[in-house]
Design a protein around this ligand. Structure first.
Ligand code: MOS
Length: 758
């Protein structure tokens, strides 16, 4: 089929979005709605000795209040990597306080304003203890996080090979540095929101989530209901970036509230609550040691990371997850540890281990390039890995050398004078930096159903998600291509647990996993329709074989004689059928029945480079120019070029949008984004978009993205690799490296704010 795949098809849901007709979780109009507002802890550690709800109870419009006094018993649910809950702490089961912002109850009223007002009247009495506040504070105090058991560490990408001590002994040049990244928050435009509605013991949740089946499993388990009793609907999500991958407390609180008052209850988190209720990227401190020969061959890499977690749950940000696969170095160790503090549990955010980890590794590589006086691109090429250096497996595909070459050429890298502070424009210092990007190809089992109706329209359905990345559009393209129909004849539906099962829309897996299922179902339907024609004596195609038939524009025709043809609609009409349909499940090549069961029941979703016979990754190279004002320390991004190998690109426009989004996240990570916690109170002091800076239009120059590489059919039948989280990986390092080139100042602690450059 010509022209549908690989084309910048405009968003099929664009009109719905710009006209406001696209319905997000909080926008479902239900009759007789009530509204929830959360009661939260203002202290970070201790006990709630008494919760005085009298004044709230008496406030106008209040319909009910739930606290630990009268909350039902809830079951706990496992969290990542084994389960779908955001954290293991189940709300309202006791009076122990683990972090500021912990949910202590919910007030339900007849309007949102009255609910929020009443919640403000609740008086919580505490017995306060001194909290452990942040990773860096704890390290400064001399607390040493324990070593993790190797098996646990391995799950999170801890690895090793060769003999590190020997590798370091062989080294003629060594880099040995500590890098750190702050806590960051996702800040999607749409806050978390849930509407819960009960009909007898059937619960429907309209929820803003990246994983409807995970929400269903979590809430059913917590409430002790069979999964069939819970339906989750989520047709549009206004950004997630990881904070909507798992199910957080507020969803079950909305369900409890709706049951309590016997009405639908809507609960929308405030911007401030988004800082304490749905996870965050935890602070990391990373130690990187590189050893190399004089001619730039790596002899040793050690990458050890410590990240912050809550005091009740073990969440690791695996900063070394890409370190083992990146360079052909024989001796290596990567490992991770966790520091528990009084904060909520961290979660996935924008390439969770890869982004902070590659800031450290790719900064260290730049330091090594300077120590050796070798161009940073050349240093990376000298250590280029032609197979996965950790496992020895072949790459499914790898065009990273092409990314370096094409990116450097477009950027004009050969004109760079390598000396720090050597390039100026008027008063401004000019810096050019680069770094590598990579992201694993994760694949999960997924299912889809394709239907063709008597009028010639197709409907393809799969319970996946539209988080702003273009799922509706690309799935419509895949369906139209497989069915031989024009785009306008195909409608794609998603975001409902009544639809075929899919994994979390996270870790950049949707096109490879769900797209493969959509393609399989649509191809099966097309095949079925062709077979009906071939077997039908009334068809002009009677008696031919399937390979001889082409389908285009809804017409089946004989390839060697296109005048012999008929429409899909003729076939359905002759058979008196209203609809023909085909359902397919696709499992990644190495997945088994247990994997299918785990994904389809909303337990977990991870498959990928860990288990496949190929090492599967997307790759890229970032090149950036910064301008630094030497008097104020202000850094501006002047130019950005990213060259990427993400396999086959099905929609260049939406793929580019995701990569640009990733690079913008990288600019935020490098220069602005930082969640600050009061070291005494353990409360976040930047819980708003005035104090927590994200890049705005004026911070972002023209970003050029280039696609290199070829379709990767080892990765999946569509030939795609991962796109969504690739753009951020390495972007912050490229910027930090450019800042060093401009100023001679090596900033190893993000974000690179003015004070660090003065
Ligand atoms: Mo992504 S951090 O898996 O939404």
């Amino acid at each position: 089929m010509s022209g549908v795949l690989g084309t910048s098809v405009k968003r099929v849901d664009g009109r719905l979005k710009v006209t406001g007709a696209a319905r997000y979780a909080a926008e479902f109009p239900l009759a007789d709605m009530a509204y929830g507002a959360l009661i939260e802890s203002t202290i970070a550690k201790g006990r709630a000795t008494h919760i005085d709800v009298q004044a709230a109870q008496d406030a106008p419009g209040v319909l009910g209040i739930i606290t630990h006094h009268d909350a039902p018993k809830l079951h706990s649910v496992r969290m990542f990597p084994f389960g779908p809950a955001g954290q293991t702490l189940v709300p309202l089961q006791d009076t122990v306080i683990h972090y500021a912002g912990q949910h202590l109850g919910i007030v339900i009223a007849d309007t949102p304003e009255r609910a929020i007002h009443a919640a403000s009247l609740v008086r919580v009495h505490y017995r306060e203890e001194t909290p452990l506040t942040t990773l860096k504070d704890e390290l400064a105090r001399g607390t040493t996080p324990p070593e993790l058991p190797p098996t646990f560490n391995h799950i999170f990408g801890g690895s090793g090979r060769g003999n590190l001590a020997e590798g370091l002994a062989q080294a003629e040049v060594t880099i040995d540095q500590t890098y750190s990244t702050p806590s960051n928050h996702h800040n999607p435009m749409e806050p978390a929101a849930t509407i819960a509605v009960w009909d007898g013991d059937q619960l429907t949740l309209y929820d803003s989530t990246q994983w409807i089946f995970g929400v269903r499993n979590t809430i059913a388990t917590m409430l002790g209901l069979p999964q069939e009793n819970v339906r989750v609907i989520s047709p549009f999500v206004g950004g997630g970036f990881g904070c909507k991958c798992f199910t957080w407390d507020h969803v079950v609180l909305a369900a409890l509230a709706a049951r309590r008052v016997g009405k639908p209850v809507k609960l929308v988190l405030s911007r401030e609550q988004m800082y304490t209720s749905v996870g965050y990227r935890p602070e990391t401190v990373q130690h990187v040691t590189l050893g190399a020969t004089r001619d730039g061959l790596l002899t040793a890499i050690a990458h050890e990371g410590i990240s912050q977690t809550s005091e009740f749950a073990e969440y690791i940000t695996p900063v070394g997850v890409l370190t083992g696969m990146m360079y052909a170095c024989p001796n290596l160790i990567t490992k991770h540890r966790m520091m528990p503090v009084n904060a909520g549990t961290p979660t996935q955010m924008r390439a969770p281990g890869e982004a902070p980890g590659m800031f450290a590794l790719e900064s260290a590589m730049d330091e090594l390039a300077y120590a050796l006086d070798i161009d940073p691109v050349e240093l990376r090429l000298r250590n280029y890995a032609n197979a996965d250096p950790q496992s020895g497996r072949p790459w499914s595909s790898k065009a990273l050398a092409e990314c370096y070459r094409v990116g450097a050429e477009r950027f004009g890298w050969e004109k760079r004078n390598a000396s720090p502070r050597s390039m100026r424009d008027g008063d401004e210092l000019v810096g050019w930096g680069m770094a590598t990007a990579a992201y694993p190809v994760y694949l999960s089992p997924a299912a889809a159903i394709a239907k063709l109706f008597a009028n010639g329209d197709a409907l393809v359905q799969s319970g996946t998600h539209e988080i702003g990345t273009g799922t509706y559009t690309v799935m419509t393209q895949i369906s139209a291509d497989a069915l031989g129909l024009p785009l306008e004849k195909v409608r794609f539906e998603l975001g409902d647990t009544n639809l075929p099962k899919t994994p979390v829309t996270g870790a950049a897996r949707t096109v490879g996993s769900v797209g493969a299922a959509v393609q399989a179902a649509a191809s099966a339907l097309r095949s079925q329709l062709i077979q009906m024609a071939l077997a039908d004596t009334a068809s002009p195609l009677y008696g031919y074989s399937e390979e001889q038939i082409a389908v285009e524009d809804g017409y089946l025709s004989l390839a060697q004689d296109p005048s012999r043809r008929e429409a899909y609609t003729d076939i359905l009409a002759r058979h008196g059928l209203e609809v023909v349909e085909a359902y397919r499940e696709v499992l990644p090549q190495d997945a088994n029945e247990t994997d299918r069961e785990r994904v389809f029941s909303g337990v977990n979703a991870l498959r990928g480079p860990v288990t496949s016979k190929f090492a599967m990754y997307s790759f890229g190279a970032h090149f950036v120019e910064v301008r630094v004002d030497p008097r104020s320390g202000r850094v501006r991004i002047a130019r950005f070029v990213g060259a990427f190998d993400a396999g086959r690109i099905l929609n260049p426009q939406s793929a580019r949008s995701q990569l640009v989004g990733g690079i913008v996240f990288g600019v935020g990570m490098a220069l602005m984004e930082e969640t600050l916690t009061d070291p005494h109170l353990g409360r976040i002091v930047t819980a708003n978009l005035a104090d927590y800076h994200v890049p705005v239009q004026a911070d972002i120059p023209e970003i050029e993205t280039l696609f290199v590489g070829a379709p990767d059919f080892h990765a999946n039948p569509l030939g795609t690799k991962s796109v969504g989280e690739l753009g951020i990986v390495g972007a912050a390092a490229a910027i930090a490296n450019a800042v060093y080139h401009a100023t001679g100042r090596r900033i190893r602690d993000l974000p690179i704010t003015l004070d660090k450059l003065l």
